[in-house]
Design a protein around this ligand. Sequence first.
Ligand SMILES: C[S@@+](CC[C@H](N)C(=O)[O-])C[C@H]1O[C@@H](n2cnc3c(N)ncnc32)[C@H](O)[C@@H]1O
Length: 263
Amino acid sequence: MPDRTVPPEVVILPGTDIDGEWERFEVFEALHHGMHICNPMTSEHLDALIDALGPTPGDRMLDIACGHGELLIRAAERATVRAVGVDLSPWALVRAFETTKQRTTIGTIEWLLGDAKRAGGDERYDIVTCLGASWIWHGFLGTARAVADRSVPGGRVAIGDLRLAEDVDPAAFADAHGSFPTLEAQAQMLESAGIEVVDRIESGLTGWDAYQGRIMRSVEAWQRAHPGPRSDDYVAEQRRWHQDHLRDREFLRWTVWVGRVAS
Ligand SMILES: C[S@@+](CC[C@H](N)C(=O)[O-])C[C@H]1O[C@@H](n2cnc3c(N)ncnc32)[C@H](O)[C@@H]1O
C-alpha cells in the first residue's frame, strides 16, 4: 500500500482535500489496484481506441478521470503528445505517475490530482477523453458537452459509458433498475453536443465479465494483504457490484464512442 504521500511532480488542484480523498477512494483502490484498465475494455480495445484517436506529434491530450493512466501512457509511448491526466483518487493518480516511470514514453504527461470539473481552465486540447466517469457531469449529455468544451474545433474525443442493450424496453428497465440511454439516444446526445461520430468500440459481454473478474481478484488480494473489517466491507461491496452485474449484464452494454468536434 502506498504511504499516502503525493510525489511533488503530481500537481494538486486548489481545493483538493487530499486526506479526505485518500480515505474516500480506498474502496475504489481495493477493488481496482490490480489492473491497468479500470473499465470493460480489453487491452486490444484500448489500442484500437488509440488508433482511432490517432495521436500525432505535439497533440495536446486530456484524459478526464484517467484512473491508472493507461490510455495516456500508451498514447505517449506512440507519439510525442503533451498529455494531461486528471483524477480525484490519489491512489489512482500516484499509481499513474509511478507507472509512467516504468514505461518508455516519448510524449510528456502531467498528472493533476483533483476534481475533473476544476481541471483544464481555458486550455483547449486536440484529444479529449472520458472513460467510465460520466457521473461527474451527471450523465452522458453533460459529459459530451464537457469533452466538446475542452476540445479545439475539429478535435478528437472519446466517451465510454453504459447504455441499454438493443431490444431492451427503456421504460421497463428504468422502472426496475434506473435510467440508461439507448444507443440511439447516446448518438443524438453526441450530435447535440456538436460531436460527429466517427467510430464506436463495443466491449461486449466478454470484456465486461473480464472487468468484473479483475475487480474480484483485486479485492481478494487486498483482503489477503490487509485483513480486517474494512477489507471485509470492501469484499461485501465487490459482491454487491457482482450481483448487480449478473442482474444487468443481459440489459446493459459498455460502449466507447469516438467523435470529432465540429470545426
Ligand atoms: C471507472 S474508473 C475509470 C478510470 C479510467 N478512465 C479507466 O477507464 O481506466 C473511474 C475513475 O473516475 C475517478 N473519479 C471519480 N470522480 C472523479 C472526479 N470528480 N474527478 C476526477 N476523477 C474522478 C475515479 O478515481 C476513477 O479513477
